[in-house]
Design a protein around this ligand. Structure first.
Ligand code: PGA
Length: 247
């Protein structure tokens, strides 16, 4: 049985005070709930140190939004898997479409980052997804298959989480229909099965892209969707709690 994992990706939002207030509120709200999901928050890297120190014993996983594909060296402004490990980061998002679009992240660098994160005991959340143009030209399948093949090769796959995020659905208010989301998550699992055999059945596959309280339930009902990567809606405590308690 795969226990669902829902992660709030705060992107470049939330300062120190707001973040503390949010997590305090989240802990309080969740203390009265019987949750069937793992909960994660990916915050800006400088926030990780105080947040992990403060909330270490809580049931909320704290993660980074990127790391470099080298372990150390002359890479000004970058963050390494080693230091994420030293501060006891639980997970790290890699290959997010915003990183691919603005910072030249490639399938190859995503694969390198995933290996480094696994070496340093940090769960990689590996994003894949097609652009609007690719979607409209019916190229989704081949784009996803190539991303899966290149980003996910030679990994300890059971320790990875895959997030299917159609780029045209991120921050746009357009969600992929449940049927599309399920189809592509199932395609990802099929490809994983070809690469890793039965281990594919143990891999958590999230959907991301305009996930909200009003669409989470039907997404989570899909057999190959095991959670969500939530952007905008994770900045609002009420909305995020409603997403986590979607039943
Ligand atoms: P969104 O972002 O929920 O605001 O569409 C999702 C993401 O970028 O992970």
């Amino acid at each position: 049985m795969r226990k669902p994992f829902i992660i709030g990706n705060w992107k470049m939002n939330m300062g120190f005070d707001e973040a503390y207030e949010f997590i305090d509120g989240l802990i309080e709200r969740l203390s009265t709930q019987q949750l069937d999901v793992f909960v994660g928050i990916a915050c800006q890297s400088p926030l990780l140190v105080p947040m992990i120190a403060e909330f270490y014993h809580e049931e909320i996983f704290l993660g980074a939004q990127n790391c470099n594909d080298h372990l150390s060296g002359a890479y000004t402004g970058e963050v390494s898997a080693t230091i994420l490990n030293e501060i006891e980061t639980d997970f790290c998002i890699i290959g997010h479409s915003e990183r691919r679009q603005y910072y030249n992240e490639t399938n190859e660098s995503v694969n390198k980052k995933a290996k480094l994160l696994l070496d340093y005991d940090i769960k990689p959340i590996i994003c894949v997804g097609e652009t609007l143009e690719q979607f409209e030209n019916n190229h989704t399948k081949e784009v996803i298959e190539k991303q899966v093949k290149d980003c996910l090769k030679d990994l300890d796959i059971k320790k990875c989480v895959i997030a299917y995020e159609p780029i045209w659905a991120i921050g746009t208010g357009k969600t992929a229909t449940t049927a599309i989301a399920q189809d592509i998550c199932s395609l990802i699992r099929e490809n994983l099965r070809a690469m890793y055999g039965d281990k594919a059945d143990e891999v958590t596959i999230q959907y991301g892209g305009s996930v909200k309280a009003n669409n989470i339930k039907e997404l989570m009902a899909c057999p190959d969707i095991d959670g969500a990567l939530v952007g905008g809606a994770s900045l609002n405590l009420d909305e995020f709690v409603a997403i986590l308690t979607y039943e």
